[in-house]
Design a binder for this molecule. Sequence first.
Ligand code: UDP
Ligand code: MG
Length: 364
Amino acid sequence: MSQEKSEKPKVSIIIPTYNERDNLDELFERISRALSEAGYDFEIVVVDDNSPDRTWEYAEELGKTRGYPVKVIRRVNEKGLSSAVIRGFKEASGDVFVVMDADLQHPPEKIPKLVRAIEEGADIVIASRYVPGGGVRNWYWYRKLISKGAIMIGRVALPKIRNVRDPVSGFFALKREVVENAELNPIGFKILMEILIKGTYKKVVEVPFTFGLRKAGESKLSGKTMINYLKHVYRLMKWEGELDRLIKFSIVGTSGIFVNEGFLWFFVRFLGWSKVWANIPAIELSILNNFTWNDLWTFRDLRKRPLWRRLLSFHAAALTGAAVQMAIYAPLVYIGVHYLIANLIGIAASFIVRFLFNRNVTWG
Ligand code: UDP
Ligand code: MG
């Protein structure tokens, strides 16, 4: 029995707090019960940004009076959720780290399940709202829509996480090694996404859970969250080299304009072809030009599918882009936008669609 216990990993539960005093009693009690029952040795690492309600003081007090294994870090000069979690990683002594909120929206009873999945071979285990069996309680449809939309943007912009259903969850477990040598950005907005991009790991598992209601106190995260999230996705794209690809893709696209125009001119001027029909081979030649350069340069490292499939898929992307362009152009013109402006907007949309299609399918 005792030997069985010593084989289990020690779990460090990292909890960033700001004015969460009224949640601590229940939080510590439920964590304690869940982990003791499952037979894990654990510690609770509270990282508090010098809360006016003195959360740090109360956490220490509960540790002393009730015997919970609590380690409290009171930060006076630093702020922010991600940097708090990173600090928690540095202070934690366990083999497995669990990150969760203090407000009981993350049920502590799930922790043993997350840790067990790590013991069974996962490196990162996400308590996920968006796998079957998971969900959110009492969210209006538009809040769900925004949440899912944000996740979709992250997944298409960052192909490395495209199979993760809830890459922004605030409730997850990981092996210490995943983050030990990672250069995590403390201003990163969603720490899990930061870890999924920069951490060292092989296997990610998602375990369903229901994101509950805040027990006491109020939410500190709103307002500028969407903008901050997009900035974070942008920074991670840059870090991943995906932004370089985007730039290369646009350079290649620009070269395609010259090829298209050049051949159109040549066919009409020198071969005497009809101005309308001559553009079909001219367009096709520009597509072939773009394909060649993207294949040899932009996505050189991602040539996994057979050549004919890449070529076919690239054409499908071009066609989809054209359809999107028209679908935006026509209604804009209809509502009175100048047709050249309308087309520019259409081209921009087509560009994004084609890039994402090619990045995720053609060279996915
Ligand atoms: N938090 C924190 N520092 C901050 C903002 C939030 O430590 O600057 C903590 C907060 O106390 C809670 C967790 O991060 O434990 C999640 O915050 P919150 O519940 O306000 O976010 P929401 O669930 O509303 O998105
Ligand atoms: Mg919350």
